[in-house]
Design a protein around this ligand. Structure first.
Ligand SMILES: Nc1ncnc2c1ncn2[C@@H]1O[C@H](COP(=O)(O)OP(=O)(O)OP(=O)(O)O)[C@@H](O)[C@H]1O
Length: 271
């Protein structure tokens, strides 16, 4: 199920174009890493995804009742303790006081908030404030979870706990998107990676594992305009169709339903 889709999205700040023609979708169960150099537009894409920013052109569609967002900087001048803040946030999200309290204590415990849940928010270190920001996002299980450099400032224990929490959230059916500069963290966490280069997404051929289908014709089918197809090559006997891995099942089904025969299904490494 598609949880969020950006179609031909551009974003301008004044006369500067920050994003140009970004087409991007995110499915339930996916962990998408958005990578790219500083200033390439990653945070802007995340803010558009959750609705904190509006596109200058193009559209953003969301299909999620609970949306959670962790900004890159989370500072609080609050006198409230971390646990009181989280209880409050839980109530705002419609949880009972008891559920909000139990869930926040469980999350703070897993993330090993040092200094205790009763520390006033304004006295928390950067890493501990980040833990509270993460707990806040996970209080009520989200369908769309968006995090801007969530590992920044976390200690080693919380580092791996965060990966577990994100994987669990995706396994429960959420779509998860995050930005991250460490290639190692991206490799060990993401199920898909998209790269931004000066406001433009680099091509899917460079981003994803691909599958090549070799097919023999049946009834009339317009592969050039079939969803997700990246490339079609006609061979003497048939056709080879290139698609991002994961979308090829639907294409195979279409082929079989139209009386086509499948000669081979081959994985192709991204460029
Ligand atoms: N509100 C704003 N007004 C003007 N320019 C902005 C605004 N927000 C972002 N920008 C500019 O848009 C560009 C992209 O910023 P963005 O924060 O999306 O990049 P990023 O890829 O997340 O960078 P980093 O890796 O450093 O976090 C930058 O040049 C930034 O200065």
């Amino acid at each position: 199920m598609e949880v969020v889709r950006l179609r031909k999205v551009s974003k301008r700040f004044g006369r500067r174009e920050i994003l140009a023609d970004v087409d991007l979708h995110l499915n339930a169960g996916e962990l998408l890493a958005l990578v790219g150099a500083n200033g390439s537009g990653k945070s802007t894409v995340l803010r558009l995804m959750v609705g904190l920013s509006r596109p200058s052109a193009g559209t953003v569609h969301r299909n999620a009742a609970v949306v959670s967002y962790v900004p890159d900087v989370f500072t609080s001048h609050d006198r409230l303790s971390a646990s009181a803040y989280l209880r409050h946030m839980g109530r705002i999200r419609g949880l009972s006081t008891r559920t909000a309290r139990d869930r926040s204590l469980e999350l703070l415990d897993r993330l090993a908030l040092s200094g205790g849940a009763d520390t006033p928010m304004r006295k928390l270190s950067k890493g501990n404030a980040q833990k509270v920001a993460l707990a806040q996002a996970l209080l009520d299980p989200p369908q769309l979870l968006v995090l801007d450099e969530p590992w920044a400032g976390l200690d080693a224990t919380a580092h791996s706990t965060l990966r577990e929490l994100l994987t669990e959230t995706a396994e429960q059916g959420a779509a998860v998107a995050f930005t991250e500069h460490s290639a190692e963290v991206v490799r060990s966490t993401a199920t898909r990676v998209c790269e931004l280069d000066r406001g433009k997404l680099t091509s899917p051929r460079q981003q994803t594992a691909l599958t090549e289908l070799h097919l023999l014709p049946g009834a009339d089918l317009d592969w050039d305009h079939h969803a997700d197809v990246l490339e079609v090559r006609r061979t003497e006997a048939g056709v080879t169709v290139l698609l991002p891995t994961g979308t090829h099942d639907a294409a195979l089904l279409t082929a079989l339903n139209h009386g086509w025969s499948v000669v081979s299904v081959r994985q192709v490494k991204p460029e």
